[in-house]
Design a protein around this ligand. Structure first.
Ligand code: ADP
Ligand code: AMP
Length: 219
């Protein structure tokens, strides 16, 4: 049976950082809705151009577009063993659509680690974030600096600062998270899938605690 894990947490909590390591350890595809939108933007597809109008304002891309995109991505052969979802679902409608999609793929959500970080920390995290152009690896100028400034340790590509990581947009994104995404905490709690991890600990400690929760859930 394919295995599906959903990472929850506010923008800047560390979902992408953890997903890169954990997906490799578990041999699951890392599916980041934000990365897919950014790839589309780079390629100037219609989807990318549409998503940009929302992303620049810190708003969510409409559910119908986002759900169709993820449904399509999860049905690709490289997701046969399952996936680690990062940034999706972000609304109750997306969560319901995900459950339905996974039934049709012969699986279900098995574990939902919530990376908990309070809002005051998020602004500093995101204003120091540097992302790699090629594959979305993430660094932080203070907490996780690359060996050579401006260059990704893993694939050597250029590091850049995301436009939506400016404080004003971050504030809006946090508000959107509280209003539209935080209700998913209760949704997954009711299904007994939620495991909260303190995301203010060092990156390696967060990884360890998330791995131990995931292993218990998929054993
Ligand atoms: P998200 O995907 O949830 O938006 P990221 O994984 O991109 O978050 O992390 C946001 C920023 O915080 C990055 O610059 C990353 O290097 C840094 N970061 C991630 N986890 C930690 C941590 N545990 N402690 C300190 N900084 C972290
Ligand atoms: P992220 O890379 O997860 O920080 O997402 C960046 C931006 O992409 C968000 O602020 C939204 O505009 C958009 N986005 C990513 N995932 C979703 C989603 N599941 N639903 C709606 N919009 C999304």
């Amino acid at each position: 049976m394919p295995e599906y894990i959903v990472l929850l947490g506010p923008p800047g909590a560390g979902k992408g950082t953890q997903a890169k390591v954990i997906s490799e350890t578990l041999g699951l595809m890392h599916i980041s809705s934000g990365d897919i939108f950014r790839e589309n933007l780079k390629a100037q597809t219609e989807l990318g151009k549409l998503a940009q109008t929302y992303m620049n304002k810190g708003e969510l891309v409409p559910d119908d577009v986002t759900i169709a995109m993820i449904k399509d991505r999860l049905s690709k052969p490289d997701c046969e063993k399952g996936a680690l979802l990062d940034g999706f679902p972000r609304t109750p409608a997306q969560a319901v659509a995900l459950d339905e999609t996974l039934v049709s793929l012969g699986g279900k959500v098995q574990c939902v680690p919530l990376i908990a970080v309070e809002p005051e920390v998020l602004i500093e995290r995101l204003s120091g974030r540097w992302s790699c152009r090629a594959q979305g690896h993430v660094y932080h100028s203070k907490y996780n600096p690359p060996k050579q400034a401006g260059i990704c340790d893993i694939d050597g590509s250029e590091l850049y600062q995301r436009e939506d990581d400016q404080p004003a947009t971050v504030e809006r994104r946090i508000k959107v998270y509280v209003e539209q995404t935080a209700p998913l905490i209760e949704y997954y709690q009711k299904k007994q899938l939620l495991v909260e991890v303190d995301g203010t600990q060092p990156i390696e400690v967060v990884t360890e605690q998330m791995m131990s929760a995931i292993k218990k859930a998929i054993k």
